[in-house]
Design a protein around this ligand. Structure first.
Ligand code: 5GP
Ligand code: MG
Ligand code: MG
Length: 194
């Protein structure tokens, strides 16, 4: 285990077992449909890579990057598109692949924007679903795990852009936050990529 991790919340094996099951479900639900998996950069990259390989259907992959103004551990809901999709989605069934839904602010904005492009259907698949009161209600069609309201890293999720490469989901030691000198205050006006 990494020295900065307090506890492994979801092991590599648990992740892979769940992703296999999600892949089977999606394969069943989207059979015969024009499926586009829309990954959100950067956090959802490991998840979409594993999930796409667990889906036994022809599908397309594309990515969007949105930056939310806020600090390192909380989003603000003020969102900016950093990278958009390559093409139109009006002939496609779009499944948005997210790493985690916390306040719901980022995804609410994204869904609103995608709806206006008239996809054939629009659904959400999030690996993690945080157990807390959402500031914006978003319908989650598929999700892997419900987790407690704690800041987690690994398997795509970062703290100050680090830890994305850990193969499991873990809780960061509180000492890591304090050592990096109050990132909340320092990055208040910076855009943090989801
Ligand atoms: P929301 O807008 O739903 O509050 O948050 C969305 C984004 O905030 C996620 O895509 C993710 O980048 C970040 N986020 C929310 N909770 C966590 C967490 O526990 N750990 C990490 N590393 N990022 C989080
Ligand atoms: Mg982040
Ligand atoms: Mg995300």
């Amino acid at each position: 285990m990494h020295q900065d991790i307090e506890e492994i919340l979801i092991s590599e094996e648990e992740l892979q077992t769940k992703i296999t099951a999600l892949g089977e479900q999606i394969t069943h639900d989207y059979a015969g449909k024009n499926l586009l998996l829309l990954g959100t950069l950067k956090g959802a990259v490991p998840f979409i890579a594993d999930l796409a390989r667990a889906i036994n259907l022809p599908l397309e992959l594309d990515y969007m990057a949105v930056a939310s103004y806020g600090n390192s551990t909380q989003s603000s809901g003020i969102v900016r598109i950093v990278k958009d999709l390559e093409g139109p989605i009006d002939q496609k069934h779009v499944l948005v692949i997210e790493d985690i839904i916390d306040s719901g602010l980022t995804l609410h904005y994204l869904i609103d924007l995608l709806r206006r492009r008239n996809p054939l259907s629009l659904k959400i698949c999030s690996l993690l679903n945080k157990e807390r009161t959402r500031l914006k209600d978003v319908p989650i069609d598929y999700h892997g795990f419900t987790i407690p309201d704690k800041f987690v890293v690994g398997y795509g999720l970062d703290y100050a852009q680090l830890y994305r490469n850990l193969p499991y989901i873990g809780i960061l030691k509180p000492s890591v936050y304090s050592e990096t000198a109050q990132p909340e205050k320092q990055h208040k006006s910076m855009a943090e990529e989801a």
